[in-house]
Design a protein around this ligand. Structure first.
Ligand SMILES: [Fe+2]
Length: 135
């Protein structure tokens, strides 16, 4: 059973970005499975995978925000940069001392809150041809 599933409440109405958000949720579920199996040696691998995919996703997302003139782009980019920096710091200093479930809570909570609260703010700035919004 996956921990969470993507649903319409998370939609930003840009197919490429919604697909990437689904992929991030799939990685969160994979990490959750490892937590449940107490699979601690998957720890570094899962953190790397999530961090790498998040970086790729942020770059794609920032491209859309720039292209369509999202007015809050600088603040949004700063949130991404802060997350990347926190993850780097975490890997350098804490990865060995922290168990998988603590790492999991940190990464998954940040990503889901970010998608639900911050990413949805830009969806209304996306153009109609990229947007499937009903409003
Ligand atoms: Fe974002």
């Amino acid at each position: 059973m996956p921990l969470m599933e993507w649903d319409e409440s998370m939609a930003v109405h840009v197919d490429e970005l919604d697909d990437q958000h689904r992929q991030l949720i799939a990685l969160i579920n994979e990490a959750y499975d490892a937590v449940r199996r107490h699979d601690e040696h998957k720890r570094a691998e899962l953190v790397d995978k999530m961090a790498r995919y998040a970086r790729l996703h942020f770059a794609t997302e920032e491209g859309y925000l720039m292209r369509y003139g999202y007015p809050e782009i600088e603040a949004h980019k700063a949130l991404h940069a802060k997350f990347n920096a926190d993850v780097d710091e975490f890997r350098r200093k804490m990865l060995e001392k922290t168990n998988l479930s603590q790492i999991f809570v940190f990464l998954s909570r940040w990503l889901i809150t970010h998608i639900m609260d911050e990413d949805r703010k830009y969806s209304m700035f996306m153009p109609k041809e990229e947007s499937h919004a009903e409003e």
